[in-house]
Design a protein around this ligand. Structure first.
Ligand code: PLP
Length: 283
C-alpha cells in the first residue's frame, strides 16, 4: 500500500518517520477520517476545513491547500486501488529531538500524511436491525471539539463496548449527580421522544460532519430538533435512538445496556433514507 507523506507518495518500506515525532511522543496532532465510495471522496472540503480550523487553533502548520490535498488523495486512492474505503489524514507538530513540551521553533516543519485503506467490515444487517450501545464514562479532556489524535479514552470506551457485544460506547459526563450524554468513541447521537428529536449540543464534543448533514436533513423533513444537554436517563427512555458518523452513516440503535428500543424507528428510518440518498448521489 502507498501512503502520502510530506508531499511524496511512499511505499511501506520508505515511510521514514522519526520516533521523536510529536505525534508519537505527545499525541500532538490532528486527524480526519473521510469516506470514499467508488473512489469518490465524500465531503472532502468539510473534513479538510475542520482540520484546517483546528490547526490554526493549535498553531500547527498545515502548509497545503485543500485543492492540493484533494488531488493527492485521488492519486493515492488510485494507486492503492481503493473504491469503498477510508481516507485517513494526520497532521502532527513534526519532529522534536529534545522532546520538549514547549512548541518547537516556528521553522520546524509539521508532518502530514494520508493513508487510503479498504473500508472496515460492518455487517449490513446493522443498518436494518440496529446495534447495541454500552454506556461508559467520558474520561476525556476539554479539547473534544477538535479531532485530536489524543484518543486513549475513546479507545477504552469503544473497546469496552466491543468486548461486551456492543457496537459503540454511549459516553456520558456527570455533574452534581446528573449524567448527560456526550457522544460515542467515534459517533454522535440523536434520540426521538414523542416525535421530537434531541441531540447533545456542541459543548466539548466533536462537531461531526455527519451530524451536521443529518441536522439539515431533520430540519428539511420538518421535524423539531433540539440541540441541548440531553440526560442519560432521557436516552434510556427514548422512543428511538440512532448514531451517526462518516463510517456508520445513520445507524439505528436497538439497545443501550439492557434497555431495548424498536429499531429502526419510523423517524430514524426517514432520516436514514434521506442520508443514503445524499450518500449515493456521489456515484
Ligand atoms: N465523535 C467522535 C469522538 C469522533 O471521533 C467521530 C468520528 O470519528 C464522530 C463523532 C463523528 O464525526 P464524523 O461525522 O465527522 O465522522
Amino acid at each position: 500500500m502507498w501512503a502520502f507523506l510530506d508531499g511524496e507518495f511512499v511505499e511501506e518500506k520508505d515511510r521514514h518517520i522519526k520516533l521523536e515525532n510529536r505525534g508519537l511522543t505527545f499525541a500532538d496532532g490532528l486527524f480526519e477520517v473521510i469516506r470514499t465510495i467508488e473512489s469518490k471522496i465524500l465531503f472532502f472540503e468539510d473534513h479538510f476545513s475542520r482540520m484546517q480550523k483546528s490547526a490554526i487553533h493549535f498553531d500547527i502548520d498545515l502548509p497545503y491547500c485543500s485543492e492540493y490535498i484533494k488531488n493527492a488523495a485521488h492519486e493515492l486512492i488510485k494507486k492503492n486501488g481503493i473504491e469503498d474505503g477510508e481516507l485517513y489524514l494526520e497532521l502532527t507538530r513534526g519532529t522534536d529531538l529534545h522532546r520538549d513540551h514547549r512548541y518547537p521553533p516556528k521553522r520546524t516543519p509539521s508532518t502530514f500524511f494520508m493513508l487510503a485503506l479498504p473500508l472496515r467490515h460492518i455487517d449490513r444487517e446493522n443498518w436494518k436491525k440496529g446495534v447495541k450501545l454500552l454506556t461508559y464514562p467520558d474520561l476525556r479532556h476539554k479539547l473534544c471539539e477538535h479531532k485530536t489524535i489524543n484518543l486513549l479514552p475513546n479507545v477504552l470506551a469503544k473497546n469496552y463496548a466491543y468486548s461486551n457485544g456492543g457496537y459503540e460506547a454511549l459516553m456520558y459526563r456527570e455533574e452534581r449527580n446528573y449524567r448527560y450524554v456526550t457522544e460515542g468513541g467515534s459517533s454522535n447521537y440523536f434520540m426521538v421522544k414523542d416525535g421530537v428529536l434531541h441531540t447533545p449540543e456542541i459543548d466539548n464534543i466533536l462537531p461531526g460532519i455527519t451530524r451536521e448533514k443529518v441536522t439539515k436533513i431533520i430540519h428539511g423533513l420538518g421535524y423539531e430538533l433540539h440541540e441541548r444537554r440531553v440526560g442519560l436517563e432521557e436516552f434510556l427512555t427514548a422512543d428511538e435512538v440512532f448514531l451517526v458518523s462518516t463510517v456508520s452513516r445513520v445507524m439505528p440503535v436497538h439497545s443501550i445496556d439492557d434497555v431495548h428500543f424498536d429499531a429502526p424507528g419510523t423517524i430514524t428510518l426517514k432520516v436514514q433514507e434521506a442520508y443514503e440518498k445524499i450518500f449515493f448521489s456521489f456515484l
